[in-house]
Design a protein around this ligand. Structure first.
Ligand code: FAD
Length: 381
C-alpha cells in the first residue's frame, strides 16, 4: 500500500541516503564486520550529509527540525542496505535528544555543534552488570565534592562505547521517597581520569556495532557537566522512551521488509527438484503470510511516526509498536531463513546477518516482557 506520510523533500533525502550508503558503506561493510567496528571517519561523513544535525537547533549548526521522519528514513535505508553503522543510530535517535532537550545554553554551545557534525560521538550508559530492566536499582553513584561530582561504578552493554567521546552516565546522586528519585545524568568526557573502557563485547549479531563495558573510578566530573536538573534523570529517561522505542520499531520493520525482499530474490533463483523454490506452495504461502503481516506492521509504524511528530505517542503506544514490530521481525526473518535451506545459515547470505541482528531488538530498549507490563498498566491492570 502507498505510504502517505512523506513529502517530495523526504523522497529526495531518501534518495541521497540510499546513494550515500551504496557508495560509502556497502562496499566496505564486510571488512568492518571482520574488524568488529565501523571506522571513525564514517561518522563525520554522515555528519557532512546533514543526518546527525537534523534535530539540532540551527543556531548550533543543525537543521533545527523536531520531525522524526528524517531519522526514520535514514534508519529504513540503512536496514534496506543490510548495514549497520555502529553506535550512530543510538547517537542520533537516543542521545542527541537528551543534549537538545536538557543542555544549558553554555553546554549546548560546547557540545551540540560537534554532535551534529560527528566530530563528537556520544553514548548513553544506563545498564549495569547487576541491573538492566530494573533501572532504579542501579548502583553507580556520584557524590558532590566542591565543584565536582565524584563518580564511581560500572556500566555494561553500552552501544557506541568504544568510539564515544561523551557518555551520558546515569548515576545515583541522592535518595528520595521513591527508588526512582535521586538519579542524575552526568556527561563524562573521553579523557577524564578514572574513566576506562573494557573490551568491545563479542555479540551474536550487530557485528559492526561497538558495545562496551565502561568503568568509573573516582572520576571527577565538573558540576558544569550535569545534564538537566539534579535528581530528575528518571523523568528524563521516561520522556525520551517513546522515540527510542519507535526508532527500534522502525529499524525492525525495515529489516523484516529487507528479509522478505532478499528471500523473494533467492527463492526465484534457487532450483530444487528441477523447480524454483518459489514454485512450491509452501513457499508461496509462507511469503504471502510474511507480506501480509508486514503490511500490518508498516501501517502501525507509519501511524506511530505521525503520532510522534504530533507529540501524541505515549509511552504505552510506543511500547505496543516496539513489541509488535520486533516480534514480527523475529518471525519474518526466521520464516525467510528457513526458505534458504542451508545457505540461510551462512553469513555470506544477507538473511543470516538479518537473522542474527534481529534477536536483540526484543531485548534492548526495554524487553518485550517489560514492555508488556507497561501496556498492561495502561489497560488499568
Ligand atoms: C546489543 C545491546 C546494546 C545495548 N545498548 C545499550 C546502551 O546503549 N545503553 C544501555 O544503557 N543499555 C544498553 N543495552 C542494555 C539493554 O537495554 C538491557 O540488556 C535490557 O534492558 C535488559 O536488561 P538485562 O540485560 O539486565 O536483562 P534483565 O533485566 O536481567 O532481564 C532478564 C529477563 O527477565 C525478564 N524480566 C525483567 N523484568 C521483568 C518483569 N518485570 N516481568 C517479566 N519479566 C521480566 C526480561 O524480560 C528478560 O527476559 C544494550 C543491550 C544489548 C544486548
Amino acid at each position: 500500500m502507498r505510504r502517505t506520510l512523506f513529502t517530495g523533500e523526504h523522497d529526495t533525502f531518501r534518495a541521497t541516503a540510499r546513494d550515500f550508503l551504496a557508495k560509502h558503506v556497502v562496499p566496505y561493510f564486510p571488512a568492518w564486520e571482520q574488524a568488529g567496528l565501523v571506522p571513525r571517519e564514517i561518522f563525520t561523513k554522515v555528519g557532512d550529509l546533514g543526518v546527525l544535525g537534523m534535530q539540532i537547533p540551527a543556531r548550533h549548526g543543525g537543521a533545527g527540525t523536531r520531525s522524526f521522519l528524517y531519522p526514520a528514513i535514514w534508519a529504513e535505508e540503512t536496514a534496506r542496505a543490510h548495514v549497520n553503522l555502529g553506535g550512530l543510530g543510538v547517537h542520533l535517535n537516543v542521545v542527541i535528544p537528551y543534549f537538545v532537550s536538557y543542555s544549558t545554553e553554555e553546554q549546548a554551545g560546547r557540545w551540540l555543534p560537534g554532535l551534529g557534525t560527528g566530530a563528537l560521538m556520544a553514548s548513553i550508559a544506563m545498564t549495569e552488570p547487576g541491573t538492566g530492566s530494573d533501572l532504579a536499582g542501579m548502583a553507580t553513584t556520584a557524590v558532590r565534592d566542591g565543584d565536582d561530582w565524584i563518580l564511581n561504578g560500572a556500566k555494561t552493554f553500552i552501544t557506541g562505547g568504544v568510539h564515544a567521546d561523551l557518555v551520558i552516565v546515569v548515576a545515583r546522586t541522592g535518595e528520595g521517597g521513591d527508588r526512582r528519585d535521586g538519579l542524575s545524568l552526568l556527561v563524562v568526557e573521553r579523557d577524564m581520569p578514572g574513566f576506562t573502557r573494557g573490551r568491545n563485547l563479542d555479540k551474536l549479531g550487530l557485528r559492526t556495532q561497538d558495545t562496551a563495558e565502561l568503568f568509573f573510578e573516582d572520576v571527577r566530573v565538573p558540576a558544569g557537566n550535569l545534564l538537566g536538573e539534579e535528581g530528575q534523570a528518571f523523568r528524563y529517561l521516561t520522556g525520551n522512551l517513546p522515540q527510542e522505542r519507535l526508532a527500534i520499531a522502525v529499524g525492525a520493520q525495515a529489516a523484516a521488509e529487507a528479509a522478505l525482499d532478499t528471500t523473494l530474490a533467492y527463492v526465484r533463483d534457487r532450483q530444487v527438484f528441477g523447480k524454483s523454490v518459489a514454485s512450491f506452495q509452501n513457499t508461496r504461502f509462507e511469503l504471502a503470510a510474511c507480506a501480509t503481516r508486514l503490511e500490518a506492521g508498516r501501517a502501525l509504524v507509519d501511524r506511530a511516526l505521525v503520532a510522534h511528530d504530533a507529540g501524541e505517542l505515549s509511552i504505552a503506544d510506543a511500547a505496543k509498536v516496539k513489541v509488535f514490530c520486533t516480534e514480527l521481525q523475529g518471525e519474518v526473518v526466521d520464516r525467510c531463513l528457513q526458505l534458504h535451506g542451508g545457505y540461510g545459515y551462512m553469513r555470506e547470505y544477507p538473511i543470516a546477518r538479518l537473522y542474527a541482528d534481529a534477536r536483540v531488538s526484543r531485548i534492548y530498549g526495554g524487553t518485550t516482557e517489560v514492555l508488556k507490563t507497561i501496556i498492561a498498566k495502561s489497560l488499568g491492570i
